[in-house]
Design a protein around this ligand. Structure first.
Ligand code: UDP
Ligand code: MG
Length: 325
């Protein structure tokens, strides 16, 4: 039997409030969580959209999980996904995107460095038809000088050697529409990845909003310089094949230098330079270059291997207030 469409029910669905999914990644944030929740809820309750607050517990070893469970049991809009171990901030954001059901999805940190006060602006931008909203930091009060300098150096480099464009100062604070969330869910399942980069390069109607990164409310930063360095190297390798071409350039360069020496020797009719030091320096330099290039190729092979193994991006141990998946 073919059911006739009920025009009234269609109207009702059109009138239904839209929902915003807020994804918050949590790793050992026991001290910050209470304040984070209160502050977010205060803003979320004033919005014109309905909301769901998805906390992703990224294998915290402190009391974060207990705090989150208590929040989920008192408020059904709080959803909890808890990982079996620490999989990293990006994996947590990906899980949040996977489980989100809203018409728009925002990813935020649990330390209130991404001010919830921006949410009304984000909703407005979504309502204006924007599908990707990058939040750009105007100032990061808590990042030290070294972090700020290395961060701008990294963006300068990646924008030069990769064909995609990265917004400098773009953060893990961004919002996407449902359709973009589906694209990210379905097509960007790489194991070595840079989610921010994908968000900025999926296309769609895009806008940027500015915000001032606040000071962490409690606890301490989980990213040290070593982690950031590894992260940056992986990003360069994922978004650029330029390092692989270094071998060709180095080859051309040393070939040209060799030719120049040959021509010089032939024209001046001198014997080969007799310096022992010259030979040793040249050999060291050549070998250093060769090992470096082999190392770079090794890094790419390591990424290929990781992708080939196709291990899960994250493993969920338990959930609360989640109906699907
Ligand atoms: N985080 C995470 N997994 C990790 C490291 C961090 O989920 O392995 C979360 C953390 O709880 C916070 C956000 O990612 O909500 C950003 O981390 P953090 O504030 O330490 O980074 P920073 O703001 O210093 O760059
Ligand atoms: Mg932070």
């Amino acid at each position: 039997m073919i059911k006739e469409k009920d025009p009234l029910s269609e109207d009702r669905t059109n009138l239904k409030k839209k929902t915003l999914s807020v994804v918050v990644s949590v790793y050992n944030e026991e001290q910050a969580l209470k304040e984070c929740y209160t502050e977010m809820k205060r803003v979320l309750d004033t919005l014109s959209w309905d909301h769901e607050l998805i906390f992703v517990n990224d294998g915290s070893s402190d009391g974060s999980l207990e705090v989150l469970k208590a929040l989920a049991s008192e408020n059904p809009k709080v959803k909890l996904i808890s990982f079996s171990r620490n999989f990293g901030h990006e994996a947590a954001m990906i899980a949040g995107l996977d489980y989100s059901t809203g018409d728009g999805v925002v990813c935020m940190d649990a330390d209130l460095q991404h001010p919830p006060e921006c949410l009304p602006q984000i909703i407005q931008a979504l309502e204006e038809g924007n599908e990707v909203i990058s939040m750009v930091r105007t100032r990061n009060q808590s990042a030290g000088l070294i972090k700020n300098i290395t961060s701008s150096g990294f963006y300068w480099l990646i924008n030069r050697i990769s064909d995609v464009h990265f917004e400098p100062n773009a953060s893990d604070f961004f919002a996407v529409s449902r359709s973009v969330a589906e694209v990210l869910k379905g097509n960007y399942r790489e194991k070595v990845r840079f989610l921010r980069g994908y968000v900025q390069n999926v296309g769609f109607q895009k806008t940027t909003l500015e915000y001032e990164a606040g000071v962490r409310v409690a606890g301490e930063s989980k990213y040290n310089l070593k982690k950031l360095f590894i992260f940056s190297v992986n990003t360069i390798l994922c978004f650029s094949n330029m390092p692989l071409k270094l071998g060709i350039y180095a080859g051309i360069l040393s070939g040209a230098a060799g030719m120049a020496v040959l021509i010089y020797t032939l024209f001046t009719r001198q014997g080969a330079p007799s310096g022992y030091a010259t030979i040793v320096v040249l050999i060291c330099f050549m070998f250093a270059m060769m090992f470096l290039l082999i190392g770079i190729i090794g890094e790419y092979i390591a990424i290929l291997f990781t992708e080939l193994k196709d291990r899960p991006v994250y493993i969920v141990r338990e959930t609360a207030n989640i109906e699907h998946n």
